[in-house]
Design a protein around this ligand. Structure first.
Ligand SMILES: Nc1ncnc2c1ncn2[C@@H]1O[C@H](COP(=O)(O)OP(=O)(O)OP(=O)(O)O)[C@@H](O)[C@H]1O
Ligand SMILES: [Mg+2]
Length: 271
């Protein structure tokens, strides 16, 4: 895998991330079986420019929380605030979202997919094309810019999705299990690449994952959630220095942090 080139998308306004807060979020979904309490009094702060992980058992409300942060789902109670302002609808210029590979538009090329959010914002064609090409180069896809998703591997599609997220240059990047469908080797490599890009851009990142190793490796802070109804059990500061290296995974600190998160999840799952 070729090393990453450190290039900024300087043609699109640079931003250093914004702070994000969840304040006493409670959420009920209406289902055929009646109301379902998905989240209960969830509060946390994501400082500007930090990388925060969200982990917890399946169904604890991680994706729902992410949708709320993206302004795509309104909480029954409580609020999400970006720079202190309540989020009441999508903020496409401030918030980028990276989901799984299915979110690429199959009829568009890698470049067109990366450009798409800028297109929606009415950014000039030449400017958005330049930004997309730079970002695709950054994620090692400089030779695949005109390929469509079906011509790319799973890992390459994820790179396109990440390039799209960063190309938009949002203040906040929300990622919902972006590497879930990939093999361990590819997800480790992509995680490493993501850190390199983040290091250059210092966005505020909220990253949902089921991989505790990934959470400890990537994050400044990990929010551990309880089984449904989702609550924050603990905020764990990841005290490992940056830049993170693979060697750190073998350290005692890494093992202890991972074990602490696992113990919390195991206990909440057993209840
Ligand atoms: N649109 C919806 N309508 C009804 N119930 C929903 C809806 N979306 C989510 N839920 C329910 O809310 C709970 C939380 O779902 P959510 O998708 O947020 O969990 P999650 O933590 O992301 O899980 P996973 O780790 O499996 O992705 C689940 O019990 C789910 O069934
Ligand atoms: Mg989910």
């Amino acid at each position: 895998m070729a090393g990453l080139k450190m290039v900024r998308t300087d043609s699109v306004a640079a931003s250093a991330g914004a702070d994000l807060r969840a304040e006493n979020i409670t959420h009920m979904f209406d289902t055929d079986d009646g109301a379902l309490l998905a989240l209960k009094d969830v509060s946390f702060t994501v400082e500007a420019g930090t990388f925060v992980g969200l982990v917890g058992p399946s169904g604890c409300g991680k994706s729902s929380l992410l949708l709320m942060m993206a302004g795509l789902l309104l909480p029954t109670d409580g609020r999400i605030a970006v720079r202190g302002e309540t989020v009441s609808g999508p903020l496409p210029e401030d918030i980028g979202v990276v989901f799984q590979e299915s979110s690429l538009l199959p009829w568009k090329t890698a470049r067109e997919n990366v450009e798409f959010p800028l297109y929606l914002r009415g950014v000039d064609r030449q400017v958005r094309e330049k930004a997309a090409l730079k970002m695709l180069d950054l994620v090692g896809l400089g030779e695949f810019t005109e390929r469509r998703p079906h011509e790319l591997s799973g890992g390459m599609k994820q790179r396109v999705a990440i390039a799209r997220g960063f190309c938009q240059d949002p203040e906040i990047l929300l990622m919902d299990e972006p590497f879930a469908a990939l093999d361990e080797q590819t997800r480790m490599t992509l995680g490493d690449e993501l850190l390199h890009i983040w290091d250059q851009n210092k966005k505020t990142v909220v990253f949902v994952t089921h991989s505790l190793t990934e959470a400890v490796f990537l994050c400044d802070k990990v929010l551990v959630m309880s089984a449904r109804p989702g609550q924050i059990l603990k905020e764990i500061d990841i005290t490992l220095p940056r830049p993170r290296t693979y060697e750190m995974m073998a350290t005692e600190t890494f093992g202890q942090l991972r074990a602490e998160i696992w113990e919390l999840i195991r206990e909440t799952q057993a209840k």
